[in-house]
Design a protein around this ligand. Structure first.
Ligand SMILES: Cc1ncc(COP(=O)(O)O)c(C=O)c1O
Length: 304
């Protein structure tokens, strides 16, 4: 199977793609990107791209922050992605990484007169975390960048240096990942995922204005919870609320829905996935594979 990438209007073999060394995005982190999953459903012999529209809408919103004017519409992005996946002939779960990047070669961080390129690559991708075993998290000593520094609402390449520091220190200290606080000390999200806690039968997650990336999975969980009759509250969250939550789980395209076993060594509930977490997890995994008619509109079929 040949792996193709899409670069500026052409589908080319992945190992033939080259980006010049003076590319602005490489030198200054001036790219915006998305992480999307496509799930293979064996019974349907079909590959479904999950919530493609919402991901590309967010890509365009990130692009606007970074003064990029994408030349493609949402439908064009989806069609290019479908074509690319078809060319790769995947019959497995796949990760899709569209990146709009500043390809100027001028020696200045300026975003005046940005010239941009579109790169999309794909790769077979299984579970990033074991969705059965709970994550052992710590609260990071690093802070999330704020909306007035590098806005977390936009998925900007260079901003992921923050996630790298958070994630690496957590790993070196023996944790699976970390929860990150904002400059003002409130909980934001994980290094590259959102979270929900369950308290008194309610799902609670941070506000969209609390320095987070507004996750497509987060929004999906909110819709699933509402359909399951589980109340959802979006509000500011304190660090110690995490310790005393009945259940806790993280969510993201990469992470999917993964329970949390402990935070800063405090065991959450009985340390195993709780009832609400399991309900959401099970519905989510069926929804992404196009198994539930109500949510089928979220799944874009790749093969004709
Ligand atoms: C910082 C950050 N927060 C949250 C998420 C989850 O977002 P989504 O559910 O759209 O993948 C991601 C993943 O891309 C992320 O990088």
């Amino acid at each position: 199977m040949t792996e193709y990438i899409f670069l500026d209007g052409e589908y080319i073999e992945a190992d033939k793609a080259v980006i010049p060394v003076r590319t602005h995005a490489f030198l200054y982190g001036t790219s915006v990107f998305e992480g999307i999953r496509a799930y293979y459903n064996k019974e349907d012999s079909q590959l479904y791209i999950f919530r493609a529209k919402e991901h590309f809408e967010r890509l365009l919103a990130s692009a606007k922050v970074m003064w990029m004017k994408s030349k493609y519409s949402i439908d064009e992005y989806i069609n290019i992605t479908k074509e690319l996946l078809k060319k790769c002939e995947y019959k497995t779960d796949v990760y899709i990484r569209p990146t709009l990047y500043n390809n100027s070669t001028n020696i200045s961080p300026t975003l005046c007169d940005v010239k941009e390129s579109l790169l999309i690559f794909t790769t077979p991708f299984g579970d990033y975390f074991d969705s059965e075993r709970g994550l052992r998290l710590c609260v990071s000593s690093w802070r999330r960048t704020s909306d007035n520094a590098i806005p977390p609402r936009a998925k900007i390449g260079g901003a992921y240096a923050n996630a790298s520091l958070i994630n690496t220190d957590a790993h070196k200290a023996g944790f699976d990942d970390a929860i990150v606080l904002s400059e003002s000390g409130q909980v934001t999200e994980g290094s590259a995922m959102n979270f929900f806690m369950v308290t008194n039968g309610k799902l609670v997650t941070t506000n969209t204005t609390d320095d987070i990336l507004i996750g497509v999975t987060r929004n999906t969980v909110i819709e699933l919870a509402k359909d399951l009759g589980i109340p959802v509250e979006e509000r500011a969250v304190d660090r110690t609320e995490l310790y005393t939550a009945d259940e806790l789980f993280c969510c993201g395209t990469g992470a999917q829905i993964v329970p949390v076993e402990s935070v800063d060594y405090r065991i959450i509930g009985d340390g195993k996935a709780g009832k609400v977490t399991k309900q959401i997890q099970s519905l989510y995994f069926d929804a992404v594979k196009g198994k539930i008619s109500k949510y089928k509109e979220w799944c874009v079929p790749v093969y004709d």
